[in-house]
Design a protein around this ligand. Structure first.
Ligand code: ADP
Length: 502
């Protein structure tokens, strides 16, 4: 063995590996916590920014409009004052007068020549600063070009960080002199800046608030989800005692909890019934098997040479084997129909004739066990369905009536039109009936009432489940009416169709 391994290794054969992954964890997706936080934050930020932007534009718009209005008013007054004779109080000092006007109207007013040289007010040193010179050089060009555009005489426009009122005035009877009145935009810019700072502060505050609110809300939202997930895992592991509760968390959680509770009930019912079926089926399997074994031994040891006895014993073996095979057949049938393996082949057939055929299968009960079948069958009722499956339905329902009918061993079978396009099959027995609380359950897989019946027809607890599945797939109406102590009537309504004439 070892040698062989070594040889393989030497030959350089690849070593085959097999790894089994029973459970691969799904990639972690983003948590509710983060999503909520992000959504809250983005939303709040957008609101703050929009609000800030609206504030900013409203502020600047109003400020500018007001400034323009005020400046043109003040400009006109200063212009008029300038053009008027110099008041005596200023003793011929035009510079002082212009400064007085500037202070009075809270603006900055200068008189420039065509080259941007400041004529008034004269600088205290008598010389303009270099800075002034350069800036007015530019300003006078802008003013002149603005004046060229209009025929009104005076202009108001937005200059470099200021609003300007400009007009050509006369000085000592000469033209080419300009009155340049400006109002700085510094105040507005400062206000806008402080507004910006405030908006940033509010945004930071909002982010912090969004974080706090989202963590509270997501915690509140995530808690029931985490709880339900934990319980769902327990349920998946087969603990049917878990109780899903969403009542503290709003409508959607209540609906989710209700659905999960419903799923739990259904699962636990299926689980319980499956266990019962295993118990029932194994019991049902065991009885015929024991019989088969016993009779086979009897043939071997006792009756082998006596043909009469041997045949009788062999017949028991055949009957028991039949029972076994019909049991296996039922289990297989149901699982095939349920899993959709069996295809339904619909065609039009004569239900009346078919019912006679099915009833004939119960002939042996009439002869050997004195059962009476009272029938009322209307002839020539056709429907379109899967004939074989419908046969199974009728056989199961009649078989149940035989099994559960009373001491009088009577069974009533009817097939007749109840509406223009509908005819009803019904089978009535005179047995104990079904308890009202059991009525909804009898159609479930594996359900068998706890009482033990003498069963002339073999039952597996699957009969009505097959009936229900087949009829539901066909979309036919069916049901049961039962009175305790008086018996039960099972019925199926078939749509009536015309006979197909080929
Ligand atoms: P089973 O093989 O036990 O008859 P079914 O699925 O055919 O299985 O029926 C399920 C259960 O419904 C039965 O165990 C019985 O309790 C009840 N039941 C069915 N038919 C009748 C009937 N005609 N009268 C009384 N009980 C019935």
């Amino acid at each position: 063995m070892n040698k062989k391994k070594k040889r393989n290794k030497r030959a350089g054969k690849p070593v085959r590996k097999y790894e089994h992954h029973r459970y691969r964890k799904r990639q972690r997706s983003t948590s509710i916590y983060f999503l909520l936080w992000a959504a809250f934050s983005v939303l709040s930020l957008i609101i703050v920014l929009l609000f800030g932007l609206a504030q900013y534009s409203a502020l600047t718009e109003t400020y500018k409009r007001e400034t323009v209005r005020e400046l043109s008013e003040k400009g006109k007054r200063i212009e008029m004052a300038w053009e008027a004779p110099l008041p005596d109080a200023f003793k011929g000092d035009r510079s002082a007068y212009l400064q007085f006007l500037s202070v009075t109207y809270d603006v900055h007013a200068v008189v420039l020549d065509a080259n941007g040289k400041v004529l008034f007010p004269v600088a205290p040193s008598g010389e303009e600063t270099l800075e002034d010179k350069e800036s007015y050089l530019k300003k006078i060009d802008v003013l002149k070009s603005e004046l060229e555009k209009t025929s009104l005489g005076a202009v108001v426009y937005e200059g470099d960080n200021e609003y300007v009122y400009g007009v050509e005035v006369s000085l000592y009877g000469e033209t080419g002199v300009y009155l340049y009145i400006s109002k700085s935009l510094q105040l507005m810019n400062a206000t806008a800046k402080s507004l910006g700072v405030r908006i940033i502060l509010i945004a930071v505050f909002v982010l912090v608030l969004a974080f706090a609110v989202s963590s509270a809300v997501s915690g509140w939202l995530a808690r029931p989800i985490a709880e339900i997930t934990k319980k769902a895992r327990l349920l998946a592991q087969g603990d049917f005692h878990v109780d899903f509760n969403g009542s503290d968390y709003g409508e959607e959680m209540v609906a989710l909890a209700d659905s999960l509770n419903f799923a739990r009930d259904e699962l636990s019912k299926a689980d319980r019934m499956q266990k019962e079926l295993i118990a029932n089926v194994s019991h049902d399997f065991k009885t015929p098997l024991t019989m088969i074994k016993a009779y086979a031994s009897m043939i071997m040891e006792i009756s082998g040479d006596i043909p009469e006895k041997r045949n009788k014993h062999a017949q028991v073996i055949v009957d028991e084997a039949d029972r076994l095979s019909s049991l296996v057949g039922d289990v297989l049938d149901l699982s095939k129909i349920r899993s959709g393996i069996t295809a339904f082949e619909k065609r039009t057939f004569d239900v009346s004739a078919y019912l006679y055929e099915i009833l004939s299968r119960f002939e042996y009960l009439k002869e050997m066990q004195e059962y009476t079948f009272e029938t009322e069958i209307e002839d020539g009722l056709y429907t379109c369905a899967d004939k074989g499956k419908i046969g199974q339905v009728l056989y199961n329902l009649i078989g149940n009536a035989v099994n559960y009918t009373g001491e009088d061993k009577k069974i009533y079978v009817q097939l007749k039109r109840i509406e223009e396009n509908v005819f009803r099959f019904s089978v009535t027995d005179t047995g104990e009936g079904i308890k009202p609380e059991e009525l909804p359950d009898i159609w479930d897989r594996y359900y068998r009432s706890r009482e033990v019946h003498k069963r002339p027809v073999k039952g597996t607890g699957l009969g009505l489940s097959i009936v229900k599945t087949v009829l539901q797939i066909h979309g036919f109406v069916f049901g049961v009416e039962s009175k305790e102590g008086e018996g039960s009537t099972f019925y199926v309504d078939f749509p009536l169709v015309e006979e197909n004439i080929p």
